[in-house]
Every structure is written in C-alpha cells, then in structure tokens.
Unconditional design. Structure first.
Length: 482
C-alpha cells in the first residue's frame, strides 16, 4: 500500500513537473520557428491559443499568409529586408489574422540562425500580444489632445518618454516617474508605491511624507479609494481632507502639507501601483491637470509592463540551450534551496557530479557537432534514470550535476550506478565507434548541529570525488560525506 501511494505521488509530481517543453509551450509569448523562406515549422501553444488556429492548419504555411493586408506590405518592405541584412528584427509592429476572422496586433522579435556552412538554417520568432499596448496608446493620444492647448504640458510627456526610454528596472521607472511628476505638477514631494504579487505595497521611489504619521493606524485612505475605483483621488485643501479623510487631514497638518493627488497605475485588469503627489499649499485639479496625470500614468504603466515582461523572459533563460537542462545559475539557486530544506528538515541530501570520459576524443575526432549530439543524448539519458524530484543541470562543457534531496548513501550510490550504466551505453548514429563513460563523484550531506555547509562546499566535494574516480581508472563512483 505504501509503495502504491509512493508511485502515485511520483506520477503526480511527474504530471505537474515544470519541463522545458512545458515552458516552451506555455511561454508568456508566442514562439515560432520558420525556414529562411518564412514557412512555419514549429509553433507553441500560446500562439495557437491567441490566434485560434490548429497546429496542423499553420505548420507548412508561409508566415506572411497569417498577416493582414496592411501588415503584409510592411512585412515585405520592412521586416524581410531588415532580417536579411541584420539577421534580426526587434519590436516590429504587425497585425495577425485570427482563425475566427478577428485580428491581433503584435510586436515581433526575430533572429536568423545559421547552419555550419554559414547560411541561414532557420528563423526563431517571439510574438508579443500588443492589444493592451494599442489600447493604452489610443488612450494616451486622447489625453495628449487634451493637453495640446499647453505647450508645457506636451513637453512634460515628451520629457517623460525620454526618461522612461532609459529605464531597465521597476525602481528606475518609478524614480523617473517621481521626477517627472514632481516637476510637472510642482509638487512638494512625490512617491511611487508598487503592488507586489502578494498584494503587499512597497515604496519604490520618492518620498511619502505621510507614512510615518499614519504608521500603525487603520484609517480610510485615499490610496484605497483610488485603487478600488480605478480613478484619481484628489484632496484640494485641509478642509477638504477633514471632511473626507479626517486622519489623513491630521497627518497633512503634522507634515505641513495641504493637498495631495493619488493616481492609480493600472495595466489591463491589474493594478501596478500608485503615483502620489503632495503639495504644501491648497490647490485645484482641473480637467487639464487630471488628464496630464492620467497620460503620465499611462506612459509609466507601459514601461512597467515592458520591464516586467523583460524580467519574465530573462527568467526563462535559466536553462542550457543545447540540452534543455538547468544551467549553472539555476543549479546554484536550486542547490541553495535544497541545502536550506535539508538543514531545516534534518534530512540527508546528495550532489552527484559526473564528467564524461572519452568526450574529448569525440570532439577531436568527429567535430563539435557530434560532441553536441553526445551531450544531448547524455542529457536525455540522465533525465530518464534520475528520480522525479531530482534536478539535473549541465555544469559546463561535459560536466553534469544532479541535486538529490532526501536521499541516503545507498540510494545515492544506486542512482549514480544507473547514471554510469546509462552513459556507457553505445551512441549509435552519433559516436558509435567511440567509448563514452562517466566518472562520478557523490557529496553526501547529513545536516548536523553547528556545522555550516555551503553550496560551494558541496560542489567542491562532489567535484573532487569525481576526480578520484577518474584517477582510479574512470567509469567509477566515489562517495564523500560533507
């Protein structure tokens, strides 16, 4: 019965495991592969979900046939010439025809990949849904028309656009927004508060003079009203504050302020945060001021979303592009988390380090393409023999690491032996005449009170054990306890 439940648990884990294939299929953008002539050879599930096409209906179809008439012209006159000359296209705006008759505005990034002969082999393309961006841009145009009566207000938006263009993090966007708002609205102070995934709010940039005065109190705040209503909330004077937000009025008096405005930063259905401006004197907020604040907020939201999307795409870059295994960056993170978990639960863990014997001969004799094929096959074999809870990483070159949580020495040896036997099998069609084996080192860690073991300690111990195996004749296993 226990073994049956254990098998069900492993099956459930495998079903929900975060594989490279799943990450590709469910990436937050459409991913395509085409021939150099633009024939679609591969698409991910996100692209199909956005456009409504079936996989069979688009594979083998020229990408340009999925474009609207206007975008088809732009594709021929702009996209293709740039791609052919520069080898890549970045943030090009196109419109796709969807299966149901609708359209989808997108931003396109594409890169040409060359074959061994230096000629284009394929084109990989990332497509981002820009529907929300188009909507925000339309709203921004409306706001700008309102502000055109004042040259100074238009200049505010232009200066903000230039400032936002240099931003590459949420903090830098928030700081630029604070500077623009303080100057444009002649505010005594300004602040940007961002909403975390957890729902908590944090001060990202600027000064919030009321924070200390309101600390520890549970009062009705204009920030809550702005977020719940999705509209700016303004306090024009101390009298206005006293009638609507009495506790906030006391805080304003304590900080020698008289007015404030709270502008929600809203992207689609999600609130990004708030822009707060504080004023030392009472003031009114006419339609032009409110329109300019809204336009500035919309500009900022677009940049916040671009920065966050870039961060999400960087997060995808945690895997080795050749083997699909975790790369060294993700290995360090995973091993650190496993070490913390082992210390907290007082359970043993192991780091298995292997180096391929005979790999250099394959590279020297057959070339790097054959060497790459060997690494891909070894990666597949490692995935097949480790436990579902283990993390397999390519450490570099022909070295691999397996992180094993909650494992004793006997099971670690058995796992290492499965790895050794899997690697030594012939490599037909790749390097059949070459013998490739694995020298394996195991660093077994049993948490003990007062002992401080680091990620570097475990990797060094496993690496040293592997070299002991290699020195002893290769294709062997050495275990050390850390």
């Amino acid at each position: 019965m226990t073994e049956h439940r254990s098998a069900e648990s492993r099956a459930s884990h495998d079903e929900w495991s975060d594989t490279p294939e799943q990450r590709y299929a469910d990436a937050p953008c459409g991913l395509l592969t085409t021939t150099p002539d633009g024939i679609l050879t591969e698409v991910n599930d996100t692209f199909l979900r956005w456009t409504g096409y079936s996989r069979t209906s688009v594979i083998g179809t020229p990408f340009e046939q999925l474009l609207t008439v206007g975008s088809h012209v732009f594709y021929e006159t702009r996209y293709l010439p740039v791609l052919r000359l520069a080898g890549e296209v970045r943030e090009l705006s196109l419109t796709l025809r969807c299966a149901g008759g609708g359209t989808l505005p997108v931003l396109v990034n594409a890169t040409t990949h060359l074959g061994p002969d230096g000629r284009p082999r394929l084109v990989r393309t990332a497509i981002f849904d820009s529907t929300q961006r188009h909507s925000l841009e339309r709203e921004l145009l409306v706001a700008r028309r309102v502000a055109e009566a004042s040259e100074a207000r238009v200049r505010v938006l232009q200066d903000a656009g230039a400032a936002f263009g240099a931003c590459d993090s949420e903090e830098s966007v928030a700081a630029a927004l604070v500077d623009c708002a303080r100057q444009a609205f002649r505010a005594t102070a300004a602040a940007v508060v961002l909403i975390e995934e957890s729902g908590d709010m944090r001060l990202a940039a600027g000064d919030h003079p009321l924070l200390e005065a309101l600390a520890g109190t549970v009062v009705r705040r204009p920030e809550a009203d702005a977020l719940s209503n999705g509209r700016a909330v303004t306090i024009t004077s101390l009298q206005d504050a006293t009638s609507r937000f009495p506790d906030v009025a006391d805080a304003l008096r304590a900080t020698r302020l008289e007015a404030l405005s709270v502008i929600p930063l809203i992207g689609g259905e999600r609130s990004v945060g708030l822009l707060l401006c504080f004023y030392g004197r009472q003031r009114g907020f006419d339609d032009d001021v409110l329109a300019l604040q809204a336009a500035l907020a919309l500009q900022a939201v677009q940049v916040f979303e671009r920065v966050r999307l870039h961060a999400e795409l960087e997060n995808l870059a945690l895997y080795d592009p050749l083997t699909g295994l975790a790369n060294r960056k993700l290995l360090q993170h995973t091993l650190g988390a496993a070490l913390v978990s082992a210390e907290r639960k007082h359970t043993p863990m192991a780091v298995v380090f292997l180096d391929l014997d005979g790999f250099k001969a394959v590279n020297d004799g057959l070339g790097h393409l054959a060497g790459d094929a060997v690494l891909e096959q070894v990666a597949d074999r490692l995935r097949a023999v480790v436990r579902g809870s283990d993390t397999v990483a390519r450490f570099g070159g022909d070295e691999f690491v397996v992180v094993c949580e909650d494992i004793n020495e006997r099971d670690a040896r058995q796992l290492a032996d499965r790895i050794r036997l899997a690697v030594r099998r012939p490599l037909p069609g790749v390097a059949g005449s070459f013998a490739v084996t694995a020298s394996v080192g195991i660093a077994l860690h049993r948490p003990a009170a007062g002992a401080a073991t680091t990620v570097a300690d475990l990797l060094q111990a496993a690496d040293s054990s592997m070299y002991v195996s290699k020195s002893a004749g290769k294709d062997g296993i050495t275990v050390v306890t850390v």
